[in-house]
Design a protein around this ligand. Structure first.
Ligand code: F6R
Length: 234
């Protein structure tokens, strides 16, 4: 794993975008993308650039089951407002939270990934070492599937919803097997509350208890950190 440490998340986000640009110059056509607070500075760098993404395809990691794309808590909404509405892509894929048949939806999404092999996958990491919604214990060979959210995640999300019953209980998530097939992976992590997970991912044993630790086995991973998230590395 190639580890890069920056003074702050703005510099780190710019660097991540530099790597994406280099990849595009070398023929990358498909980006795997994440939501959450971590990739925001990278999306800002993309939006503020004069780079044209209209020949690019994106495939997002996850979406809440039951969530409409125009719900401002949906990952589709996040992607439109942070990136796609400002920088049009050729095609953008996010799991369909409103799909009637979850099995069909996961099949459809796995076909999307098979038909558009991911050149560069952008990842954040959870405090428990999750990537996508692949929580501790997730199999390393899984494809996209419907997964229950942990109680922790449900409780953390409750603040965004007027009614506790509206908080999603399930998500569609790209599996770790699919993530590992990406040609290149950029994992970004910022803030002290990610320092333990980052340390375990890079220096700990490869174990399902820390899903991101499997990235040690991928041939081309760049870990992009700020000083706080790197503070527990030896
Ligand atoms: C988001 C995703 C998650 C987040 C992770 C970190 O699409 O798949 O794994 O990357 O939970 O979230 P933030 O960036 O909000 O700390």
């Amino acid at each position: 794993m190639d580890v890069k440490v920056f003074d702050n998340d703005t510099e780190a986000g710019k660097y991540a975008f530099e790597l994406i640009k280099q990849g595009m110059d070398n023929g990358a056509k498909v980006l795997g993308l994440a939501t959450g607070s971590t990739p925001v500075t990278m999306y800002q760098a993309m939006v503020n650039s004069d780079v044209d993404f209209s020949n690019m395809t994106s495939i997002n990691l996850d979406e809440y089951v039951g969530m409409a794309p125009d719900n401002d808590q949906s990952y589709r909404y996040f992607m439109q407002s942070h990136l796609f509405d400002k920088k049009p892509f050729k095609e953008t894929f996010v799991p369909n939270g409103l799909a009637k048949d979850p099995e069909e939806e996961t099949k459809r999404y796995n076909k999307v990934i098979a038909d558009h092999p991911i050149d560069i996958q952008v990842l954040g990491i959870g405090r428990n070492g999750h990537i996508g919604f692949n929580e501790p214990g997730s199999p390393f060979d899984a494809e996209t599937r419907k997964v229950p959210l942990t109680q922790n995640t449900i409780d953390a999300n409750a603040r965004f919803f007027a009614n506790k019953d509206d908080v999603p209980r399930y998500a569609y998530s790209m599996g770790i097997g699919s993530i590992m097939k990406s040609k290149k992976i950029l994992l970004l992590a910022f803030g002290e509350n990610k320092a333990d997970a980052v340390q375990k991912m890079i220096e700990g044993p490869v174990t399902n208890d820390v899903p991101a630790s499997i990235l040690q086995k991928h041939p081309d991973v760049v870990v992009i950190l700020d000083k706080a998230s790197a503070s527990k590395l030896s």
